[in-house]
Design a protein around this ligand. Structure first.
Ligand SMILES: *[C@@H]1O[C@H](CO)[C@@H](O)[C@H](O)[C@H]1NC(C)=O
Ligand SMILES: *[C@@H]1O[C@H](CO)[C@@H](O)[C@H](O)[C@H]1NC(C)=O
Length: 433
């Protein structure tokens, strides 16, 4: 599955280059202009920040020990971004070197990638009957629409937990989305996933898909019962009332891309997705993020591309660039109060997002109704089959009777024939003699 991430990265980067090239017109000219602009900007930054000291170059081996919040890097990113987004040091990454990413952000994947649709594995979302159609708004932000259904931003600390936070966040919001009175402010516990889900690896990452199987089987207690521990190891136990647990009812892989994602978010609430993690995203502080031409994909301890899980809860357009509104787990001081706007078609893996559903009373009743209908249908089919078998048997019986009658009649004939035959045989034998 990890090599699939690498392949997807190569495809995404090729796509990104193409689309950027298209927008910019002549590619060579574009790069020349950027090159010049970049040099001018770099020189200005150099003058402003070096205090006459030689500038340490990032990249290569030294990058491992370089600080994520390195001020030269931060100002480089802002100038490379050409006004589309800004960069700043964030408290979340204080003291982090790039080597720390290989622990604190590692291991987030799509566990069942490569076995999609196989029996027992992740299923591709079906077409929803009846909910097609209706215009989608050009801007959508669940926070503005239902502030009671969005909760505080997590600070993951030194714990690769984005998969758990994204899933628990989406599930919480989806409960609230269906009944914003009953589930107002609901915040289900990602810590429970980190402490208890044996199919995930706790603070060493996990699958944005498999985590929904845990939430389906076990359900989640509220945050207040199992509070987030920011990387501290916490045993899997709670004194909470089991009735406080809420489950997901199912989940699936959505492959349809932008429009399908929007319709899903609009109709039923947030979804979760993986994004490629590049160095300039770490210091993103506002605007519409689109990796700059100088951005470097980051890699985990096993040299596979680092993937990061986020919750997508809206979309919009800013100065002609379409974006997704994503909720991150790097604290409120990162990005736009903990959120980011990420250009559509850039780093989010839109061809494979996870849609999970809340096991609300209605959803359970609906599922039971469906199951009951299926049961009725199965019974009907069984009866139809039995009736058909009976008809076939009846026909066979009739045929057998007819055959018996016929062969009785033929027996009579045969008897005559036999005589004829006998005569014939006698004739033959006499001929032979
Ligand atoms: C800024 O955004 C515009 C619109 O999406 C894009 O064409 C341009 O390439 C971006 N600039 C940089 C430096 O990435
Ligand atoms: C995160 O924890 C790991 C393992 O304990 C440690 O090696 C690493 O230095 C920590 N990183 C930070 C930024 O504290």
């Amino acid at each position: 599955m990890a090599t699939l991430d690498a392949r997807a990265l190569a495809a995404a980067e090729a796509m990104n280059k193409r689309s950027k090239g298209k927008k910019g017109g002549g590619e060579v000219k574009k790069y020349a202009v950027y090159g010049l602009g970049g040099l001018v900007a770099l020189f200005a930054v150099y003058l402003a920040l070096t205090d006459g000291q030689p500038r340490k170059k990032g990249g290569g081996k030294s990058k491992e020990t370089a600080q994520v919040n390195d001020r030269y890097f931060v100002s480089d990113v802002t100038s490379y971004a050409g006004g589309n987004f800004t960069a700043a040091a964030s408290p979340y990454f204080n003291g982090w070197s790039y080597a720390d990413l290989k622990y604190g952000l590692d291991g987030v994947t799509m566990r069942s990638e490569g076995m999609i649709g196989m029996a027992g594995a992740l299923q591709v979302c079906g077409d929803e009957d009846g909910v097609e159609g209706g215009a989608l708004p050009s801007d959508y932000d669940l926070r503005a629409l239902m502030p009671e259904c969005t909760t505080a931003v997590y600070d993951a600390g030194n714990c690769s937990s984005s998969y758990a936070v994204a899933a628990a966040t989406a599930l919480s919001s989806r409960f609230c989305f269906t009944d914003n009175g009953k589930y107002k402010g609901l915040q289900l516990s990602p810590q429970q996933i980190l402490s208890c889900d044996k199919k995930s690896s706790g603070c060493q990452g996990g699958g944005i898909d498999s985590v929904w199987s845990y939430m389906h089987k076990r359900g989640l207690f509220p945050e207040s019962c199992v509070p987030f521990a920011s990387g501290k190891s916490v045993a899997c136990k709670s004194d909470c009332d089991p009735s406080q647990k809420l489950k997901s009812i199912d989940h699936c892989l959505m492959k349809g891309g932008e429009k399908e994602m929007k319709r899903e978010i609009f109709n039923r609430g947030p979804i979760t997705a993986l994004m490629f993690l590049k160095d300039d995203f770490l210091v993103y502080s506002g605007g519409v993020y689109n990796p700059t031409d100088n951005a470097n994909q980051q890699y985990g301890a096993n040299n596979e591309p680092l993937m990061h899980a986020v919750t997508i809860l809206g979309w919009g357009k800013s100065e002609g660039t379409a974006y997704w509104l994503v909720k991150n787990s790097w604290g409120k001081a990162w990005g736009e109060e903990g959120y980011a706007r990420v250009a559509v078609g850039s780093v989010i893996r839109e061809e494979s997002v996870i849609v999970g559903s809340a096991a609300t009373e209605e959803a359970i009743a609906e599922a039971e109704k469906k199951a009951a209908l299926n049961e009725v249908r199965r019974e009907e089919l069984k009866k139809e089959r039995a009736a058909r078998d009976e008809r076939i048997k009846e026909k066979q019986r009739q045929r057998a009777e007819e055959k018996a009658a016929q062969s009785a009649a033929e027996d009579d004939l045969d008897f005559e024939d036999e005589e004829v035959d006998l005569e014939g045989e006698e004739g033959e034998s006499s001929e032979a003699e």
